[in-house]
Structure formats: structure tokens, C-alpha cells
Design a protein around this ligand. Structure first.
Ligand SMILES: NC(=O)c1ccc[n+]([C@@H]2O[C@H](COP(=O)([O-])OP(=O)(O)OC[C@H]3O[C@@H](n4cnc5c(N)ncnc54)[C@H](OP(=O)(O)O)[C@@H]3O)[C@@H](O)[C@H]2O)c1
Length: 248
């Protein structure tokens, strides 16, 4: 009997009320995982948690006291951690202030590190191999103009993923997913015009933008026991954008 079949596995999702986080939570709920969601907007988070029968903690990842509070409320053991919090701040280098770089780094990279650090004792108590899923971006694997700050922050997530995967093996697996533009509240400003959305979709070999479900499917797989031999990977889910040229 697999561990999933014999006992409820618990997953903590930072950004669990967001596009990708909530789509992941819905898949996991259907598979009988117990869930704990974290987000900033209390009203939205409470509604998401109520829909899925999940526990929740309201807080901002730029407040470093949040992580210990979450760990205490989640308790032990913990089988999976997803850090699906991010920013989008696309500006030329001359229009980025020091505070912009620091904010993007805090939310995308430092928050991920502090979330893993605070959850580690509980992850180590998992009956099986625990799994951490972080979020990188296509913009950390390929150069895009106006992406200096987010590219830098997501590049740090890639380094964090590799270092933690090495340090925490074999008890905890650590992987990151690198999406291209996906239809969620985060990308809404870029997709405000349908003309712009169609133009960006056309840059992808698969000729469409990502959906939260495209990304959530891999997130749920990486959390499952079926992925127990996958660690230290930064996996692109990007309609072929990072690796393919369909026209020469
Ligand atoms: N969507 C894309 O095109 C895309 C592309 C590449 C990478 N990614 C990455 O994928 C991950 C998930 O993104 P998404 O598209 O699902 O974003 P989203 O729909 O905007 O959801 C973000 C989630 O994070 C929470 N959050 C944001 N800032 C927070 C903060 N400072 N403190 C606590 N919670 C905070 C939000 O809660 P509130 O709503 O309450 O603030 C929400 O639950 C991110 O790491 C993002 O960088 C996304």
C-alpha cells in the first residue's frame, strides 16, 4: 500500500489563494491531501480555504515573522511545501530603484528560503520523502528585456533549488517550475488587452498562453510519490518558449 493510500498527506501552499496555488490546491484536495494555505488578502484566502476545507494563515511574506507562525499553525508532520508567491515588475534598468530589486528578491527568493527553513523540522517528520516545489520563471532561463529585477530574483530561486536539493537529499526533494506567461491575476496587467495577449501567445510554439491548470498539474505530480526520484530540477512549463524556434 502506498503512503498516499494509507494516510492523509499534508501540503502547505504559500500563495494558496493565487492562480497557480489555488489550482494546485484543488487537484490535491481531490486526491485527499490535507491543505494549509497562506496569502495576504484575508477575504480571498478564507473563501479559498472554505471551498476546499483547508486550514489557512493570513500574512505577508515580506514580514519575516510570518514563517515561524505558519510553521507553528501547520504542525508536524508535513509532506509537501509549495511556494507559489511572486511579483511582476517589468521595467528598464534605469527605471528600477534599489527598493524594487530588494522587494522582488524578498518576495520571490528570500521568502522561499525562509519558508523552507521554517518548515524543515515538519518536512523531516514526513513518513515518506517530503517534497518542496518552488517557482522560477522562463525569464531566469532566457534573457528578456525589462526583466532585470524578476530575472535576478528567479535566478536566485534556481540556485536555491539546487543547493537545497543537495543539502536535503534523501529525506526531502526540492524542485522548481519555470512557467512562461500564464493566465493568472499576476499576469493580468500584461494581458489586459486581448490584442497583446494574442501577440504574446503567438511567441510560444504551442500558440497559446499557459493556464493555471497547466502549471498545477506538474506541481501536484512533483508533490506525489510518483515523483520520488526527481530532485534538483528546474522544469519548464512554457509551451516550448525557452527551447524551441519554429521559424528559422
Ligand atoms: N503567472 C505567470 O505568468 C507566471 C510566470 C512565471 C512565473 N510565475 C510564478 O508562479 C508563482 C505563482 O504565480 P501566480 O501566477 O499564481 O500568481 P498570483 O495569481 O498573483 O498568486 C499569487 C499568490 O501569492 C500571494 N501573495 C502575493 N504576494 C504576497 C505576499 N507579499 N505575501 C503573501 N502572499 C502573497 C497572493 O495572495 P494575495 O492575493 O492575498 O496577495 C496569491 O495567493 C509565482 O512565484 C510567480 O512568480 C508566474
Amino acid at each position: 500500500m502506498t503512503i498516499e493510500a494509507s494516510q492523509t498527506r499534508k501540503v502547505l501552499i504559500y500563495g494558496g489563494s493565487g492562480g497557480i496555488g489555488f489550482a494546485t490546491a484543488k487537484i490535491l484536495r481531490a486526491r485527499n491531501y490535507a491543505l494549509h494555505l497562506v496569502g495576504r488578502n484575508a477575504e480571498k484566502l478564507v473563501a479559498c480555504a472554505a471551498e476546499l476545507g483547508a486550514q489557512y494563515t493570513v500574512g505577508d511574506v515580506t514580514d519575516s515573522t510570518l514563517f515561524a507562525r505558519v510553521a507553528q499553525e501547520v504542525g508536524e508532520p508535513l509532506d509537501g511545501l509549495v511556494y507559489a508567491v511572486g511579483t511582476i515588475n517589468l521595467r528598464g534598468i534605469q527605471r528600477l530603484a534599489e527598493e524594487d530589486f530588494i522587494h522582488d528578491f524578498r518576495v520571490n527568493a528570500l521568502g522561499a528560503a525562509l519558508a523552507v527553513q521554517a518548515s524543515l523540522p515538519a518536512l523531516k517528520q514526513s513518513a515518506g520523502v517530503a517534497s518542496v516545489v518552488l517557482f522560477s520563471s522562463v525569464a531566469a532561463l532566457q534573457g528578456f528585456s525589462l526583466h532585470a529585477s524578476i530575472g535576478m530574483a528567479k535566478g536566485a530561486v534556481n540556485g536555491l533549488t539546487l543547493a537545497l536539493a543537495a543539502e536535503l537529499a534523501p529525506k526531502v526533494r526540492v524542485n522548481a517550475i519555470a512557467p512562461s506567461l500564464t493566465r493568472t491575476p499576476l499576469g493580468a496587467s500584461l494581458l489586459a488587452s486581448e490584442q497583446m495577449a494574442a501577440a504574446i501567445a503567438g511567441l510560444h510554439p504551442m500558440q497559446r498562453l499557459g493556464t493555471a491548470e497547466d502549471i498545477a498539474a506538474l506541481t501536484a505530480f512533483l508533490l506525489s510519490e510518483e515523483a520520488n526520484w526527481i530532485t534538483g530540477q528546474i522544469i519548464s512549463v512554457d509551451g516550448g518558449r525557452s527551447t524551441l524556434r519554429t521559424k528559422s
